[in-house]
Write a protein that binds this ligand. Structure first.
Ligand SMILES: *[C@@H]1O[C@H](CO)[C@@H](O)[C@H](O)[C@H]1NC(C)=O
Ligand SMILES: *[C@@H]1O[C@H](CO)[C@@H](O)[C@H](O)[C@H]1NC(C)=O
Ligand SMILES: *[C@@H]1O[C@H](CO)[C@@H](O)[C@H](O)[C@H]1NC(C)=O
Ligand SMILES: *[C@@H]1O[C@H](CO)[C@@H](O)[C@H](O)[C@H]1NC(C)=O
Ligand SMILES: *[C@@H]1O[C@H](CO)[C@@H](O)[C@H](O)[C@H]1NC(C)=O
Ligand SMILES: *[C@@H]1O[C@H](CO)[C@@H](O)[C@H](O)[C@H]1NC(C)=O
Ligand SMILES: *[C@@H]1O[C@H](CO)[C@@H](O)[C@H](O)[C@H]1NC(C)=O
Ligand SMILES: *[C@@H]1O[C@H](CO)[C@@H](O)[C@H](O)[C@H]1NC(C)=O
Ligand SMILES: *[C@@H]1O[C@H](CO)[C@@H](O)[C@H](O)[C@H]1NC(C)=O
Length: 894
């Protein structure tokens, strides 16, 4: 009777001490010999009928038998009465034999060095729990790890050890733990290893084990709710708003909670929202980290999915906390250092809620990526105001009756210009009531185009009876009809989505889907959502997304298929202007990866383009998957004679940067890292097209990437075109262009000249330069004519096999080209702080030819004309005039 009560008590009572919780197994029963033995004598011995054997606890205990007649053990483990070492404890067998899913492990006294291990096999729906009470002569803690011996709980598969994942190791010379040190193993079967590596006399430990049910209501069977494990990670989780509806439906905790967490872990919990208006509330119901170890054991929350995203808060010494921030992504990171005796901490547990945000008209987010050194963060820091509100859309006053809480819904007309005009924003048809028809008008200034990106929608009615249309132009709809012409409208639909159709911004793994976006050709755009009226309205149908107006006159022509790419033509109205980081962030809400925005500058014939980077924020580096934290491997800018270069150990797309790239992919200059503002401006003048690449390694809506400002101008200068000369002699010389005089000004030239003759000749080319420059800065090469028609590809493609290379250090060189090599391509390539200074002169010897054996000279695009032939200088034309007009028939005359 007394025993029954004893067990009843243990089951009913939850033991909690300073937030550490464990499954109750042992209550003080001073009259007992041990957990399973009531008294050492007084009961019948099995077999021989004597009365001097141990009396066992009635429930679950069995006598040890002849080996130790004065003691009892848990049924199923009685064969280990004398020595409990190197054994397997299987939950199902134990339950069958003793009716219990918990028990005691008492190691034999071992003489070090030595070892004992205990293999614990839980049933489905159970986790392994260990409570350590006593440790004798089991190594020491030297400040960072255990030496001389330890007790370790680890996952069953050896692979985990190979990974180098630090295991939970406890050590101590003579320790009694009250409360016990509690450990949970969350990966199925586990091994408890007791290992002494030095000489000892008597090493021992005493622990209780439990195969704790995951459905245990006291939290001992804690397992995360609502999240999903991120594959191939140690302990990373994804929590999405769609799976956390209702309070308490999402719960997360440190590994092994509510037991001691393993050392040297970094667990990341990504919180992802599908809606623009959703905020994330994290309620830390308990935080218990070792005292004074804030540099190694702490939690951080960041505004974005990347560990290099801006820091919002740090938690370490708090016992509880509540944080609330807008999405679309937040990253909570839990870091642990070495295990610290007396092992009286257990990490954290938190509830997660996703809230629909109601307030509006908050200022735009102005976060600048910031990664302060972690060592400096030893307390909870909140920067809530910096990210509060991700939606600053203001709709013009005239249509204020159609906005609810500042959101753009059905019936709204948004103007991009004038007082109250907005350049970008979000729309959501759920913010206003509607029955059958919903229109949103986006009205731009004459030079604007409109970009629209759809994030989420739900169209339920079959056969396109609900649908979305995005229409070019301004369309008014009255009732079910439209003023104007229906077939005209059909032609102008840029995008049409027919019901039934559902889109969520993210896939189940939390990644944003590929954007679904359109760009108008004109200044106006109409978004129309329609559904057949007869249907009941409680079936929620909606569309949300974002829009942006883009001024093509100032910001270049939009490339419709690219996320963020424009082209500036040298012949366009604006010969100079400025470019900067994109400001229309709303349409980038669902970008959570690298953001690449390009401006392509295309000088016309006889033009060059100058691009001057004038201002630049600090740039950051993202962490490539599966590598150590950043810092150690940022990106560095190095400027030399051949432009500025980005130097990084990892591929450049992991680093924020601005690059000026030539059409052949040559990086004319690249700036990254903590770029020294004193080196600005960086100027590149190019005679061929240049692409400015603005690359944010890890863009996130909350942090947006770095800022920069660059000016461009198209200059008229015919210095380095692509030209064909048909004269038999002539010269090409460099000309001075005006310079800005700044240190980092670079000239990029790729000039191609073709010397073409339709008579057979011997060509001599003199090249001279007085510049003292290396070959790498600039050089002139002479090539055979490749014969490739140059209409589309430009003359650059005409350069065939290389014949000679001239470098400035050659000073003066005359090249004698092979006889009858009538067409020669001269190329100048330069990338240097100084513009190349050179002079190229050529002359030909034309010999009387009364037989023509070779193939006809390939003629480049510009065929010689009679008038050009008149330019032949008579002193080198010995006696022959050849006239080759449009047809390839050689007529030789004296
Ligand atoms: C318990 O063990 C007995 C005999 O060892 C076996 O017959 C029985 O099926 C077992 N029960 C369970 C639930 O494993
Ligand atoms: C237990 O097993 C380990 C490893 O197999 C062995 O080194 C150790 O001696 C064993 N201990 C006992 C007491 O048999
Ligand atoms: C503690 O022991 C470990 C393992 O032997 C060793 O790497 C570390 O340097 C030691 N630390 C100190 C502070 O002695
Ligand atoms: C509608 O517009 C198209 C093209 O502008 C035109 O061909 C057609 O005749 C118009 N139909 C009506 C009914 O106005
Ligand atoms: C855009 O729509 C407005 C309002 O109807 C109209 O006044 C304007 O002319 C339109 N702009 C263009 C370029 O069609
Ligand atoms: C480019 O400049 C050259 C030399 O000044 C001139 O001969 C040529 O006609 C120009 N080409 C164009 C397209 O303006
Ligand atoms: C070009 O400019 C350089 C430096 O400004 C000057 O030394 C040189 O004389 C100039 N050459 C010509 C041909 O004007
Ligand atoms: C010629 O100059 C270009 C541009 O500066 C350079 O990239 C290339 O390596 C040079 N060629 C040689 C053979 O040095
Ligand atoms: C280059 O050399 C040639 C002969 O080798 C000479 O006629 C010419 O004057 C020289 N030019 C210069 C600029 O030195």
């Amino acid at each position: 009777m007394r025993q029954a009560l004893w067990f009843l008590l243990t089951i009913a009572c939850t033991v909690v001490s300073a937030q550490i919780a464990w499954t109750p197994i042992f209550l003080d029963a001073s009259s007992q010999v041990d957990l399973w033995t009531q008294s050492s004598t007084g009961c019948a011995c099995p077999g021989d009928g004597g009365e001097d054997c141990a009396c066992c606890v009635r429930d679950g205990a069995c006598p040890c038998g002849d080996v130790t007649p004065t003691r009892c053990a848990q049924c199923g483990l009685e064969q280990y009465c004398s020595s409990m070492c190197n054994i397997t404890i299987d939950s199902r067998i134990l339950k069958n034999k003793s009716g219990k899913t918990f028990g005691q492990i008492k190691s034999p006294s071992i003489e070090g060095p030595g070892a004992c291990s205990y293999f614990l096999q839980p049933d489905a729906g159970q986790r392994v729990e260990i409570q350590l009470y006593r440790l004798v002569s089991a190594g020491r803690f030297n400040g960072s790890s255990c030496v001389g011996g330890w007790l370790q709980l680890s996952g069953a598969s050896a692979v985990r050890n190979v990974d180098g994942v630090a295991e939970t190791r406890l050590c101590g010379e003579n320790e009694r733990y009250t409360p016990p040190v509690v450990l949970f193993a969350d990966h199925g079967a586990s091994t408890l290893d007791f290992r002494i590596t030095e000489k000892t006399v008597r090493s021992q430990f005493l622990a209780f084990f439990s195969f704790t049910s995951l459905s245990n209501t006291q939290g001992m069977g804690f397992h995360p709710r609502g999240g999903s494990r991120i594959p191939h990670t140690d302990c990373d989780w994804l929590y999405q708003d769609v799976s956390c509806r209702g309070s308490g439906s999402c719960v997360l905790a440190s590994p092994g909670y509510p037991g001691l967490y393993p050392p040297h872990r970094r667990c990341r919990y990504l919180f992802a929202t599908n809606s623009v208006h959703t905020r994330v509330k994290i309620i830390f119901t308990s935080v218990l980290l070792p005292e004074d170890h804030c540099t190694s054991d702490y939690l951080t929350l960041r505004a974005g999915s990347s560990p290099s995203a801006p820091l919002l808060a740090t938690i370490c010494s708090e016992k509880s906390a509540t944080l609330e921030y807008p999405g679309p992504n937040l990253l909570l990171e839990f870091n642990s250092g070495p295990l610290v005796p007396p092992y009286n901490y257990n990490g954290f547990i938190a509830k997660l809620e996703f809230l629909e945000r109601l307030e509006s008209s908050v200022p735009p987010p102005t976060i600048v990526a910031a990664s302060p050194p972690l060592a400096a963060l030893t307390h909870l820091t909140r920067h809530a105001d910096r990210t509060a509100g991700m939606d600053n859309t203001v709709v013009t006053n005239e249509i204020s009756h159609n906005k609810v809480n500042g959101r753009i819904g059905c019936g709204a007309s948004v103007r991009s210009y004038g007082a109250g005009g907005v350049r970008s924003g979000h729309f959501d048809t759920r913010s206003t009531p509607w029955r059958s028809q919903c229109t949103i008008h986006l009205l731009g200034a004459p030079t604007d185009v409109v970009q629209v990106s759809l994030f989420n929608y739900n169209l339920r009615l079959q056969s396109c009876r609900s649908h979305i249309e995005i229409l070019e132009g301004f369309h008014e709809f009255i009732g079910r009809g439209e003023k104007g012409n229906r077939s005209e409208r059909g032609d102008r639909a840029l995008l049409r989505v027919c019901g039934p159709s559902v889109r969520e911004a993210r896939d189940p793994s939390g990644r944003f889907l590929i954007r679904q976006a359109v760009t108008s050709k004109g200044a106006n755009l109409t978004i129309l959502v329609r559904r057949a009226t007869s249907q009941s309205i409680d079936e929620e149908e909606f569309v949300d997304g974002a829009f942006a107006f883009h001024d093509e006159q100032h910001d270049g022509t939009v490339s419709p298929d690219a996320t963020c790419a424009t082209t500036h033509y040298g012949l366009a109205a604006l010969r100079h202007g400025g470019v900067s980081a994109p400001s229309h962030h709303h349409i980038f809400w669902n970008i959570e990866e690298r953001l690449l925005c390009t401006h392509l500058f295309m000088p016309a014939i006889n033009q060059s383009v100058t691009i001057e980077i004038q201002r630049l924020d600090r740039m950051w580096s993202a962490e490539p998957p599966g590598t150590a934290p950043v810092g150690s491997m940022g990106c560095r800018t190095a400027c030399g004679d051949a432009g500025c270069e980005c130097r990084a150990a990892t591929p450049l797309h992991y680093h924020d940067h601005i690059a000026l790239v030539a059409s052949d992919g040559t990086h004319l200059s690249c700036l990254c890292g903590d770029f020294q503002a004193a080196w600005l401006p960086v100027v590149v003048r190019s005679w061929t097209s240049v692409r400015l690449e603005y690359s944010v390694a890890h863009y996130t809506y909350a942090s947006r990437g770095f800022d920069y400002a660059a000016a461009y101008s198209f200059n008229d200068d015919a210095l380095c075109g692509q030209r064909t000369y048909t004269t038999h002699s002539g010269e090409i010389s460099s000309r001075n262009v005006s310079v800005t005089g700044t240190l980092n000004e670079f000239f990029y030239q790729q000039c191609t000249w073709v010397l073409d003759s339709n008579v057979e000749r011997q060509l001599f080319i003199d090249i001279t330069s007085e510049q003292d420059k290396s070959c790498g800065s600039w050089n002139i090469t002479l090539h055979e004519w490749s014969g490739i028609a140059a209409h589309n590809t430009g003359l650059a493609a005409a350069a065939g096999e290389l014949l000679y290379t001239f470098c400035a250090r050659h000073k003066n060189h005359t090249y004698t080209l092979p006889w009858r090599l009538n067409t020669v391509v001269i190329r100048l390539v330069a990338l240097s702080r100084q513009q190349p200074l050179y002079m190229i002169r050529w002359r030909s010897q034309v010999v009387r030819a009364n037989t023509r054996l070779g193939p006809p000279t390939p003629a480049p695009a510009a065929a010689a004309t009679a008038s050009q032939l008149e330019n032949l200088s008579s002193e080198i034309c010995l006696s022959v005039f050849v006239i080759q007009l449009l047809v390839r028939i050689n007529v030789i005359v004296d």
